[in-house]
Design a protein around this ligand. Sequence first.
Ligand code: NAP
Length: 256
Amino acid sequence: MAAASRLISRLALVTGGGSGIGRAVCQRFASEGASVVVADISEDSANETLGSLSHDLKGQAHMAAVVDVSSKQSLDKLVTSIQAHYFQPPSVCVNAAGITQDDFLLRMEEEQFDRVIQVNLKGSFLVTQAVAQALVACGAPKGSIITVGSIVGKVGNIGQANYASSKAGVEGLTRTAAKELSRFGIRCNCVLPGFILTPMTDKVPEKVITKMTSLVPMGRMGEPAEVADVCAFLASDDSRYVTGISIEVTGGLFIG
Ligand code: NAP
């Protein structure tokens, strides 16, 4: 449920904005008044999200951009183009780009492990660093960086040694970034979704989905918009004294 216009005059960068949770975050932020940079490895899906964004509130101007978050060069280019376009860096950033390459530990290839770490963990590091550097360089008074982890980073998951490691890693990254960047007014937090209905979970076999859903106390998978709602809270001043934390958005899955 959109709460008024908490993000008016904010510029928000959302990676993975072309699909699933990232797309819902872009839509929610736009509905609250932010100007949104939809960044994704796929130009078509970024443009599709761009076309779905509301722009009725004061001074809103959205853009789509292609980025590979695992490449420093690609990110530097993105941040430069954002600054050229808006004459400021984004003060809100959501790391939602992510991939899976599942296999059992005994069979997982080194390349499968490396690629998932490169996109999910190194990508979150590179984006966080690039945005924080730009904010500090221009003396911005505040920023909010949100990284989409996963409940799997806390509890592990069969077939996801690479993914669970990357998601555990982003929580350590976020807590460290929160400690280092607080003095610059930049807050860093994670959201940890459980099982959310997106193209990523479309790949999971029906049998596994049924089993997982039966473990969710709320009895259903989550909607991307339900993750986006929590991101909007973390992006806004409603969370101004909140940093270095992880909020689980799981319908109660694995609460113990
Ligand atoms: P999704 O629908 O697959 O969206 C991920 C987006 O990131 C896609 O548009 C993807 O593009 C893009 N992407 C992939 N590699 C990229 C790269 N190197 N640089 C830039 N963009 C890249 O998945 P989702 O479910 O919304 O996931 C969003 C985030 O939530 C991920 O970090 C995921 O790990 C996390 N998460 C999801 C769930 C869930 O149940 N869905 C649960 C916990 C955490 P392509 O489609 O072209 O690859």
